[in-house]
Design a protein around this ligand. Structure first.
Ligand code: NAP
Length: 446
């Protein structure tokens, strides 16, 4: 019989009658009396023995027990978990001697290794130092891994989705909206893993998979690590890949906002039927707009190039116009419908082209409004026109990020991915976005 002895106050005389002929007591907490007994049993060649035990950690044994846990053959009974800020409670509980299983202090204990290795480390990133220059002006640099401040988290980038706004900032097209300080690391749509949390962060801990919107004013996405605000970060379900999730930010949120807020479509399918036109339905925003619109009570007409007609049909569009044909350029619905709302994701189409295709109270929701569109917007407003042009600027909300992630998790929404590029070749992704012919989202991965 072998006994594992883990309690200080049981004497040899209590064990002895319970041992079989060659029974051993392995004493995990040997006291002087136990050493005496051990020596005595040795010198008298007793068949029953007391063996004092001292732990000697071996890497291979650690691997073995981790393997057992992984296979479900061994589990850790957890007595209690304590935040590092209340580590003294865990300490007192251990001294108390009545823990049932292990006492755990969170959040740092599992990730001390990663943290130690990041302190003062450099990371790969891409930045530009002035306006203009396109893909060739993106410089590969090594910069310090940023440190999260209050209410911020440090995230290891697993996927970044590019948007036209990223290179429009570089071109200086949004100077009044986002005045830049150089150097600037572009990119805002990031999915990754939390590696460190700043003071005051309660929602996340190291190891959490997240989706985070960095905002154009900060950028920082084209890098191995990014610092993100807790408020525009949400948990990413394991069913949704990093690339699928990253695509949802600027593009998905814009499509969602245009349909629900500007066009008044209810995505639970209630509400009266509306005819919707979606231009550039094969692009980052358009592909989500088609899928989301079809969750509502809508008839969707979509425009795209000939090569993407089958794809856009598969996303749910009811009828498709090839924008390079005369009918496509005129935006005329093949079934003769007038549009209650246009989610305008292309550029360069004038009000006079839209106007005859709109229903009485039809709206054009313009996500790239230029000066002419802003003039039309003002004109339609002051003349109380029933047909309106509505400029849209996406405003990120965490509840909408969660909503879209959940749709992907449930298989009701997907991210069409144009291409994936390693960070070491992110300039190719940048050039692809500037080219303006992406089908779905362009993704950069570490
Ligand atoms: N207001 C906001 O907050 C906001 C938010 C997000 C995006 N945006 C803006 O919205 C625009 C679209 O963004 P995105 O990410 O969807 O762009 P994108 O992914 O780069 O769009 C590319 C797609 O558009 C198609 N396309 C181009 N011109 C077209 C036309 N005249 N008719 C039909 N399809 C056309 C292209 O098809 P082909 O390859 O066949 O030509 C391509 O598949 C950009 O200007 C962007 O800056 C604004």
């Amino acid at each position: 019989m072998m006994l594992l002895f883990n309690e200080a106050r049981i004497s040899w005389s209590t064990f002895e009658p319970n041992l079989n002929k060659n029974g051993k007591v392995i004493d995990l907490f040997p006291q002087p009396a136990a050493f005496l007994t051990s020596a005595l049993k040795k010198v008298t060649f007793s068949s029953k023995k007391l063996v004092p035990f001292f732990l000697s950690v071996k890497g291979e044994n650690l691997e073995y027990v981790v393997g057992l846990v992984k296979e479900g053959k061994l589990r850790t009974v957890i007595d209690s978990k304590h935040p590092l800020s209340k580590g003294e409670d865990g300490w007192a509980k251990s001294i108390n001697g009545h823990a049932t299983g292990k006492i755990i202090v969170e959040p740092w204990h599992q990730f001390l290794g990663i943290m130690a290795s990041l302190a003062g480390k450099l990371m790969q990133a891409l930045q530009f130092d002035s306006y203009g220059g396109g893909a060739s002006a993106l410089k590969h640099v090594e910069v310090p891994v940023p440190t999260p401040k209050k209410n911020e988290i440090l995230v290891k980038m697993e996927a970044l989705a590019l948007n036209p706004v990223d290179w429009k900032i570089q071109k200086g097209m949004l100077r009044p909206l986002f005045p830049r300080k150089f150097p600037y690391i572009p990119g805002t749509d990031v999915a990754g893993e939390v590696v460190e949390v700043g003071q005051g962060v309660n929602k996340f801990k190291a190891g959490d998979k997240v989706l985070t919107f960095l905002g154009q004013a900060n950028g920082g996405g084209l890098a191995e690590f990014v610092v993100a605000g807790e408020n525009l970060t949400v948990a990413r379900p394991p069913e949704v890949s990093a690339a699928e999730a990253a695509g949802l930010l600027v593009a998905g949120l814009t499509a969602h906002q245009a349909l629900t807020q500007s066009a008044g479509i209810k995505l639970d399918g209630t509400g009266e039927q509306k005819n919707i036109l979606i231009t550039a339905a094969s692009g980052g925003v358009g592909q989500y707009a088609v899928q989301l619109a079809k969750l509502g009570n809508t008839h969707v007409t979509a425009t795209c190039g000939a090569r993407n007609i089958e794809l856009v049909k598969s996303l749910g569009a009811d009828e498709i116009l090839d924008y390079k044909t005369p009918e496509g350029a005129a935006l005329k619905s093949p079934s003769g419908r007038k549009y209650d709302a246009v989610i305008h994701c292309a550029t360069g189409i004038s009000w006079s082209t839209f106007e005859p295709n709109l229903s009485k109270n039809g709206k054009v929701i313009d996500i790239t409004p230029g000066p002419a569109a802003l003039l039309t917007f003002a004109l339609k407003k002051v003349t109380f026109s029933s047909k309106q042009l509505v400029p849209l600027l996406m405003s990120a909300k965490s509840e909408n990020m969660e909503y879209l992630l959940n749709l992907v998790k449930e298989g009701k929404l997907k991210t069409v991915i144009d291409s994936k590029h390693p960070l070491s070749k992110a300039e190719d992704a940048w050039a692809k976005s500037i080219d303006g012919h992406a089908t779905g989202k362009i993704i950069v991965e570490p």
